[in-house]
Design a protein around this ligand. Structure first.
Ligand code: NAD
Ligand code: UDP
Length: 310
């Protein structure tokens, strides 16, 4: 059945893929964005669709929109961007969640929060299951993002308990793919852009820290799966459980681009997690989720995209 779906942060990297997929499934999509890190260009190909609307708004201010479902994707996700104005980042997570939850309460919309693996901080258990409560430095430079997302999760579950709001919470692990902003400082986009431009690849620390990289199409399928399943709120991990060191990633990007770039080593930023890998058991059990795109294949597709835009 066709639904009216509000996607905040819809002009961003993941949000734009979500807009595209939900439109292709016949829904009416309202893309809302303040264009801090998102770009109109990311959704330009959707503008001619009658079922697509775009609204410039900042979720730190209240709003009034009738929708059947709300995907709250709005928040800068890369450390460079969320640390640019940390107070604003906290406001986006906390005030933004409150405003959208109030809308969901008023309209009885089902609402999904894009939370993050960062709620686990620098994890002491590995891989991370949803029952792990995390190891976050509340006063560090990543706290505006990590603690903001943790507070947003609290608000979601309080709205469910207090008002019966239909919530969904997904904890997204590092995701990459076409439409990542080439300047947003994340490791996959940085390495690909550096390799294609023949610049040195910047490894922070010794490159032994690990991440699990998920191709955006897999993630979007999982997010919609959680939103559409009945009787389960999450929190649910989504990502890809292949685990790679940052150095392995750099070497793979050099090989796949055929670049002659060298690697340079820079200081590791404060509170940078040493390892990260999702336990996907719950996602498999509740929505039959399994990632399908291996890192190598996802990188090839992403490199192809960056070759066109830089
Ligand atoms: P992104 O920066 O490309 O997209 C975020 C979008 O939100 C942008 O379009 C931006 O302009 C918009 N936005 C930011 N603040 C806003 C505000 N106050 N009001 C309205 N719009 C606002 O990042 P992304 O990678 O697409 O991430 C989308 C969501 O997924 C974020 O909530 C992020 O925290 C979460 N997430 C992403 C990853 C990842 O690896 N990409 C991992 C974990 C969680
Ligand atoms: N990183 C790196 N070089 C870069 C950008 C990031 O070595 O040019 C490292 C970063 O220190 C972290 C990992 O890659 O250990 C992933 O960083 P990203 O910002 O992509 O995501 P997050 O830290 O939020 O997982």
């Amino acid at each position: 059945m066709q639904k009216r779906i509000l996607i905040t942060g819809g002009a961003g990297f993941i949000g734009s893929h979500l807009c595209e997929t939900l439109l292709s499934r016949g829904h009416h999509v309202i893309c809302l964005d303040n264009f801090f890190t998102g770009h109109r260009q990311n959704v330009a190909h959707l503008l001619s669709n009658d079922r697509f609307e775009i609204i410039r708004h900042d979720i730190t201010s209240p709003l009034s929109i009738e929708a059947d479902m709300i995907y709250n994707m709005a928040c800068p996700a890369s450390p460079v961007h969320y640390q640019f104005d940390p107070i604003k980042t906290m406001k986006t997570s906390v005030l933004g969640a409150m405003h959208l939850l109030e809308e969901a309460r008023r309209t009885k919309a089902r609402i999904l929060q894009a939370s993050t693996s960062e709620v686990y901080g620098d994890p002491e258990i590995h891989p991370q299951t949803e029952s792990y409560r995390g190891n976050v430095n509340p006063i560090g430079i990543r706290a505006c993002y990590d603690e903001g997302k943790r507070a947003a999760e609290t608000l979601f579950f309080d709205y469910e308990r207090q008002y019966g709001t239909e919530i969904r919470v997904v904890r997204i692990f590092n995701t990459y793919g076409p439409r990542m902003d080439p300047n947003d400082g994340r490791v996959v986009s940085n390495f690909i852009v550096q390799a294609l431009k023949g610049e040195e690849l910047t490894i922070y620390g010794d490159g032994s820290q690990t991440r699990s990289f998920c191709y955006v199409d897999d993630l979007v399928r999982g997010i919609i799966g959680l939103m559409e399943v009945d009787g389960f709120t999450g929190p649910m991990n989504l990502g890809n459980d292949g685990e790679f060191t940052v150095k392995e990633l750099a070497e793979m990007v050099l090989e796949l681009t055929g670049s002659k770039s060298k690697i340079t080593y820079l200081p590791l930023p404060q509170d940078d997690p040493i390892k990260r890998r999702p336990d996907l058991g719950l996602a498999r059990e509740k929505i039959g989720y399994a990632p399908t795109v291996p890192l190598r294949e996802g990188l090839v597709r992403t490199i192809e995209y960056f070759r066109k835009i830089i």
